[in-house]
Ligand binder design. Structure first.
Ligand code: SAH
Length: 355
């Protein structure tokens, strides 16, 4: 096909996605593989319009508390994998976590995200205690957990303790691709089962994947988009894969900001009311990555509320954006950045309209 014709085809498919909220697998592959800068501009115009229709120019913030970097898993891409003897391990105590929330609350955060490795120290009992302590002290705030795969019963207990939301990226839909990114014992099937369990229990669920992870093909991404349509989550987190020097993928090429923002635009059209963060990984590989993400249809930012001395230890990938700045300073910087592009950070729980 001649290039101009190809671009027309991609634009037509983007238009179809916008109108119907659906593409077939082969169409997804075409939209992704044959993209051009002009098609991307067309996409971003539509995605911004859809985002503004539902969420105005509001940007929701979530305070990210990285409370443990111990992990029993050995994901090949992740800097805090069990086999990385170079990682300096830490855990925050309940008091530390509550102090982070206290500081965050004063700054206007109304959602706290507790993220960590799969750390056996945090039994249901300990984690439920932390979740309920946060809910009691900050009754107008939402608590989000992001602590990996657990049993149905464990998820249920955490929900009953007061957790409202759960983030668990499916990482990649395709079972064979999943096996190339994870050691035996971890499977795409089990990861997905966890997501359906979380939904069934009543959590607002976030899923997602890395962009440009090793061996990823446009067909894999097409499957990821079809899975998003099927799961219909409240939130979708995507960010570029960024290599970490002490992992088996140290020398693999990273994902690009260009493809990441393109996919953000597509996800905005696929799930118009979804919560869509412009992630730290995107801000890490491009100085204006988060601004680019917002302008492609994203509406959430997740600044770090972890104590500055542990931030440099929660290194999932190299050069992670983790200034030693106080939370207040980095929030001010973000506010200015958002205002610079005509958007504004709001003080609210920022619940999804996608219910
Ligand atoms: N243990 C939790 C939290 C994982 S960290 C869980 O299993 O869900 C959150 C996300 O960081 C992961 O889901 C993964 O998609 C992303 N991540 C990990 N290593 C990365 C890397 N090298 N580059 C980019 N993103 C990475």
């Amino acid at each position: 096909m001649i290039p101009a014709k190809r671009e027309e085809t991609v634009k037509n498919l983007i238009g179809k996605l916008c109108l119907t909220g659906h593409l077939k697998k082969a169409e997804w592959v075409t939209v992704i593989r044959e993209r051009t800068p002009a098609a991307a501009e067309y996409l971003f115009d539509l995605a911004r319009a859809v985002r503004i229709r539902h969420y105005g120019r509001d940007v929701y913030i979530r305070g990210l508390i990285e409370f443990t970097n111990y992990c029993k898993n050995d994901c090949y891409y992740c800097g805090i994998r069990k086999s990385n003897a170079g990682a300096r391990r830490y855990r925050l105590s309940q008091e530390d976590i509550l102090a982070c929330c206290e500081q965050g609350y004063a700054l206007g955060f109304r959602t706290f995200v507790l993220q960590g490795g799969e750390d056996g120290y945090f039994t249901d009992e300990r984690l439920c205690g932390i979740v309920s302590a946060i809910r009691i002290r900050f009754p107008d705030c939402a608590v989000t957990l992001s602590v990996g795969e657990r049993s149905f019963d464990s998820y249920r207990r955490l929900y009953e303790a007061g957790a409202d939301r759960y983030l668990l990226r499916h990482e990649t839909y395709d079972a064979a691709h999943y096996r190339r990114l994870h050691p035996p014992g971890l499977s795409a099937g089990h990861r997905k089962k966890c997501l359906w369990d979380l939904k069934k229990i009543g959590y607002q669920v976030g899923t997602g994947f890395m962009v440009g992870s090793p061996y990823q093909t446009p067909e894999n991404l097409a499957d990821d988009m079809l899975f998003l349509e099927k799961l219909n989550p409240q939130m979708v987190g995507i960010g570029p894969f960024v290599p970490h020097h002490e992992t088996p993928f140290a020398d693999a090429p990273g994902g690009t900001a260009e493809l990441t923002v393109y996919l953000l635009g597509l996800i905005r059209l696929l799930l118009p009311r979804v919560l869509l963060p412009a992630t730290t990984a995107l801000g890490t590989i491009a100085r204006d990555g988060r601004e680019q993400g917002i302008l492609a249809g994203a509406n959430v930012i997740m600044p770090n509320l972890s104590p500055p001395d542990v931030r440099e230890k929660y290194l999932l990938y190299d050069n992670k954006l983790c200034t030693g700045d106080e939370a207040a300073e980095s929030l001010n910087d973000l506010k200015k950045r958002m205002e610079g592009i005509g958007y504004h950070i709001t003080v609210s729980r920022g619940d999804s309209l996608n219910v």
